[in-house]
Design a protein around this ligand. Structure first.
Ligand code: ATP
Ligand code: MG
Length: 140
């Protein structure tokens, strides 16, 4: 399998509970390397743009409120099959459905405040990484 890069976001519910390091340990234990990382406050515009694909969904407004409710940590994770591997380490969107040992099972509060985001395809990973990072900020 090829070495890939994927966009990860540690969401406000997790930064609020001081879980950045605990979540990063899950990534590193799974063999994912954090090759870029920054803690930022999302503006409303930036959050709405990021989740534009969900614009018609009933939870879109609440989701954008939540994502701007506190700092997030945006990061690029690199590794063999990093996109699928990260989704596996994250667990299912709803923590009630997430497998034991996954980040969402361990840490998520509910289906919305579910601690992490991860790109779901190579095309989305490329688009999402560009949405937050200049090439020069990613050090593999
Ligand atoms: P992410 O895109 O954050 O990695 P995901 O791909 O597992 O998560 P999506 O279906 O893309 O889930 O939804 C994006 C985000 O919207 C979810 O992570 C969650 O925060 C929120 N969300 C999804 N479904 C619901 C829902 N039914 N009610 C409230 N919030 C939801
Ligand atoms: Mg998604």
């Amino acid at each position: 399998m090829a070495v890939e890069r994927t966009l990860s976001i540690i969401k406000p519910d997790a930064t609020r509970r001081n879980l950045t390091g605990a979540i990063n340990k899950c990534f590193e234990d799974a063999g994912l390397r954090i090759v870029a990382q920054k803690r930022i406050q999302l503006t409303r515009d930036k959050a709405e743009g990021f989740y534009a694909v969900h614009k018609e969904r009933p939870f879109y407004g609440d989701l954008c409120d939540f994502m701007t409710s506190g700092p997030v940590v945006v990061q690029v994770l690199e590794g063999e099959g990093a996109i699928a591997k990260n989704r596996e380490v994250m667990g299912a969107t709803n923590p009630d459905d997430a497998a034991e040992g996954t980040i969402r099972k361990l840490f998520a509060e509910n289906i919305e405040a579910n601690s992490v985001h991860g790109s779901d395809s190579p095309d989305n990973a490329a688009t999402e990484i560009k949405y937050f990072f200049e090439g020069s900020e990613i050090i593999g």
